[in-house]
Design a protein around this ligand. Structure first.
Ligand SMILES: NC(=O)c1ccc[n+]([C@@H]2O[C@H](COP(=O)([O-])OP(=O)(O)OC[C@H]3O[C@@H](n4cnc5c(N)ncnc54)[C@H](OP(=O)(O)O)[C@@H]3O)[C@@H](O)[C@H]2O)c1
Length: 248
């Protein structure tokens, strides 16, 4: 599988690249970002860093010919480019909408058209817990942000529904993501407690990524995966990986 990881320089993107490089079903990893994607630290034994190709993009609404050439023939994309809530407020609304919604909608359309026709292109849109797809139900807190992310989910899923046989889409909605690259264990426990109190859940980035890679390789269980789904699928995938490594 030739897999595009968009947002490969971010927290989730880095773990996606790390695990994809040691996944034998993934033969090529195209790391799509606005800057160079380095080979992640702490690769698993058996990882093949030569599968990684960093693709720098300077226009996410109109790919250059060289970016299109790299993306052509890809089998799937995991889209993680967006503003996380703490960064959203520092952007004007039209700019935030481009980054969180329009780039992803352009991506699914452009990549589907650049893909091989023998099987459907698979597209994962990373969103988050608590987003709202119904514009009449604006959440009290972070309402504009949560509606914008919900609108992006709706548009991505609608494109896939309108193009059966050409593309399959899945929206993933993790709650708080614990990452050992970014958080201390203590901080993780504090955030995890908050996630439980507010009801948006928590997932370890290593399980999350193991599960999402399984879904993209083997097919989507359903078109929207909640934090609880991601935690369940991810823990099962991590267990499978650990058993495989123990046998090697
Ligand atoms: N982290 C969490 O706890 C959490 C929880 C729930 C959902 N999520 C969702 O998961 C996804 C990934 O989150 P993350 O934590 O990995 O985010 P992150 O670390 O902030 O990474 C975001 C990625 O998007 C890129 N990006 C941001 N603004 C851009 C722009 N204007 N143009 C092009 N690229 C841009 C970043 O590039 P640069 O590296 O160049 O800035 C980076 O590659 C997001 O959709 C997020 O909402 C995250």
């Amino acid at each position: 599988m030739k897999l595009v990881i968009a947002g490969s320089t971010g927290v989730v993107g880095t773990e996606l690249v790390r695990q994809a490089l040691s996944n034998p079903a993934i033969t090529a990893v195209l790391a799509l970002a606005r800057r160079e994607t380095p080979v992640p630290s702490r690769l698993s034994p058996g990882a093949d860093a030569s599968k990684l190709k960093s693709v720098i993009c300077d226009d996410f609404e109109n790919y250059s010919d060289s970016v299109k050439k790299e993306l052509s023939g890809a089998d799937a994309c995991i889209w993680t480019i967006a503003l996380i809530p703490s960064k959203y407020g520092s952007f004007p609304p039209d700019q935030a909408a481009k980054i969180c919604r329009d780039y992803a909608v352009y991506a699914i359309e452009a990549m589907t058209n650049l893909a091989e026709r023998s099987k459907p292109f698979r597209f994962v849109y990373f969103s988050g817990s608590g987003t709202e797809r119904d514009p009449s139900k604006k959440p009290l807190l972070m309402g504009d942000y949560l509606l914008l992310r919900g609108e992006a989910e709706t548009k991505v899923l609608a494109y896939a529904q309108q193009n059966p046989g050409k593309v399959e889409a899945c929206v993933v909605k993790p709650g708080y993501i614990y990452s050992p690259d970014k958080h201390s264990a203590l901080m993780g426990r504090v955030f995890g407690l908050g996630a439980a109190v507010f009801g948006f859940g928590e997932v370890d980035v290593r399980d999350l990524v193991a599960g999402v890679l399984d879904q993209v390789v083997d097919g989507f269980e359903k078109d929207t995966l909640s934090n609880a789904d991601l935690d369940r699928i991810g823990k099962a995938s991590s267990k499978k990986l650990a058993e495989l490594r123990a046998k090697q």
